[in-house]
Design a protein around this ligand. Structure first.
Ligand code: THU
Length: 135
């Protein structure tokens, strides 16, 4: 997978941000990703009166990834309601790492980078293997 249509992904992220449910922060967020089979998946943030239950846009995106057939994330865009790129929060960096790996491309506020670059020294499945109490 070499060609990434960033403009299509940005437009998809902006479109889905318009559906955000964010009455508490008033920060709409939209995420869009290219999957390794060529489809595009999206998600928006969904807040809750119990603030800690808020679902980031990336959570919806990953749910849609799996509910629509699975696969791996190849390239991700996250934007705010102003249409500009937003830095994924720490939890969502870990979430994107799980489903796209460190090589997954990211359209960050400062330019194109990778998930691995914004989550150095990450805890991943490799840390689990052989280190469980009963293995
Ligand atoms: N938010 C996201 O959707 N993704 C992120 O990576 C950062 C934060 C949302 C959560 C909350 O609804 C709002 O932005 C303010 O934190």
């Amino acid at each position: 997978m070499t060609d990434i249509d960033w403009d299509s992904l940005r437009n998809a992220a902006r479109q889905v941000a318009s559906g955000a449910y964010a009455p508490y922060s008033d920060l709409a967020v939209g995420a869009a990703a290219l999957v390794d089979d060529g489809r595009i998946v999206t998600g928006c943030n969904v807040e809750n009166a119990s603030y800690g239950l808020t679902l980031c846009a990336e959570c919806g995106l990953v749910s849609n990834l799996h509910s629509s057939g699975g696969g791996r994330l190849v390239a991700v865009v996250v934007v705010a309601g102003d249409g500009k790129q937003l830095a994924p929060c720490g939890r969502c960096r870990q979430l994107l790492l799980e489903h796209g790996g460190p090589e997954c491309a990211l359209d960050a506020p400062d330019g194109i980078t990778t998930i691995g670059a914004i989550l150095p020294g990450a805890f991943d499945t490799g840390e689990l293997e052989g280190r469980r109490r009963h293995t």
